[in-house]
Write a new protein. Structure first.
Length: 385
């Protein structure tokens, strides 16, 4: 701390240049925080799920439905403890606001997904109300849904038998998650599959089957047995862990991790050149001053350290301000659109990556001029050579 004032004064020697460089660093780390948070959500957002479930989908694509006649066949395979079926509904609420909606069997859902928390009365109401629907806590908070009210939804996939795309359901429960990770996922709606299968034009069908395992260690064997059962049939399957399925779903958007990394590489390459040039120019302008410091007794190592600390201080200041702004923006986005951004967080992983990036950037831009400052000769510097 005894040299703080010296480092601070050196940093602000050229105020305009320092402010512009600082703003560039703030912008870079603001973008870093936003993109990394989004990248972590897409690439690792499925890590909260357990390994006790498998997802069975069509081998062609998860958008290809499977016949309900497959359910008892899968259920009879050794190692299968329970099975549920889901059908993507394609729900739209109000003015084309998408709500993640699935048609499912209430009793099977309760067994296969014990992580969803509802009272016994609400589960019973969902099972016995053919037009019943349960709504995730985050969705309910976003739209102000209450138990007992009607839920009008439009489907962009499934018309009713009369051709209408407009559906109406009765909200019989609001489900929560068993812990914080699952609470962040309460962004969907489940409707009763009995009513859906009866009322839609295409009849009973399943988008996916979810298999609860007796023994997690037998996951690969059970998955292979399911796929082997339907091999060379009109409905060949692809069975994988729930985590792999969720990551595959996000991958349909694109390789988010690669896209994020490429953007950040371009940004930090530009910042590296800009900040490196700033530090090099600042040291060149101060060569006589650094020579005076050596004349006063500062060693080569101490002069080198002062320049390096200056670079570190600049990068840390800009980086922390940028990351702080990113965290505030993510919080604002989560409040404005909890249906999509509710689970996006600038978590510990993102902050550790940011701190590492600040440190590496400071070394890259500060070490060359710092070594040069440490090697200057007093006579040559004062003579302007």
């Amino acid at each position: 701390m005894r040299y703080f004032r010296l480092v601070w004064a050196s940093l602000w020697r050229k105020k305009t240049r320092a402010i512009l460089t600082l703003l560039s660093l703030i912008s870079a780390f603001l973008l870093f925080g936003l993109l990394q948070a989004l990248g972590v959500f897409f690439t690792a957002g499925a890590d909260f799920v357990g390994a006790s479930r498998l997802i069975v989908q069509s081998r062609v694509s998860f958008t290809q439905s499977l016949p309900m006649s497959m359910l008892p066949e899968i259920e009879s395979i050794p190692g299968v403890k329970a099975i549920n079926h889901d059908q993507w509904f394609g729900g739209m609420y109000g003015e084309n606001q998408q709500v993640f909606t699935f048609a499912t069997d209430p009793a099977r859902l309760r067994v296969v997904y014990p992580e969803w928390v509802l009272s016994d009365e609400e589960w019973k109401a969902f099972e016995t109300t053919r037009t019943g629907a349960i709504v995730g806590r985050k969705v309910a908070e976003q739209y102000g849904f209450k138990v007992g009210q009607k839920l009008p939804l439009k489907s962009n996939i499934f018309p009713q038998k009369d051709g209408s795309m407009a559906w109406s359901f009765d909200i019989v429960g609001i489900y929560d998650g068993i812990d914080q990770a699952w609470q962040a996922q309460t962004q969907g709606v489940y409707i009763h599959s009995a009513y859906f299968n009866e009322a839609n034009q295409f009849g009973p069908m399943a988008g996916t089957f979810t298999v609860l395992l007796d023994d997690v260690d037998q996951a690969n064997a059970v998955a292979q047995a399911i796929d082997a059962r339907f091999l060379n049939s009109p409905n060949e399957t692809k069975t994988q862990s729930e985590k792999d399925f969720n990551k595959g779903f996000f991958a349909q958007i694109g390789d988010i991790g690669l896209i994020v990394q490429l953007i950040l590489m371009a940004v930090f390459f530009t910042i590296l050149l800009l900040t490196g040039n700033t530090m090099a120019q600042a040291v060149r302008e101060r060569i006589p001053e650094l020579a005076v410091l050596k004349t006063l007794g500062f060693s080569d190592a101490k002069v080198t350290a002062l320049v390096l600390v200056e670079a570190l201080f600049l990068c840390m200041l800009g980086g922390l301000i940028g990351m702080g702004l990113a965290a505030l923006m993510i919080t604002g986005l989560a409040q404005a659109a909890p249906g999509f951004f509710g689970a996006v967080r600038a978590n510990e992983t993102v902050w550790m990556q940011a701190l590492l990036a600040m440190f590496v950037l400071a070394l890259a831009v500060g070490l060359p001029p710092a070594l040069k400052a440490g090697r200057i000769r007093i006579v040559d510097a004062l003579a302007g050579r």
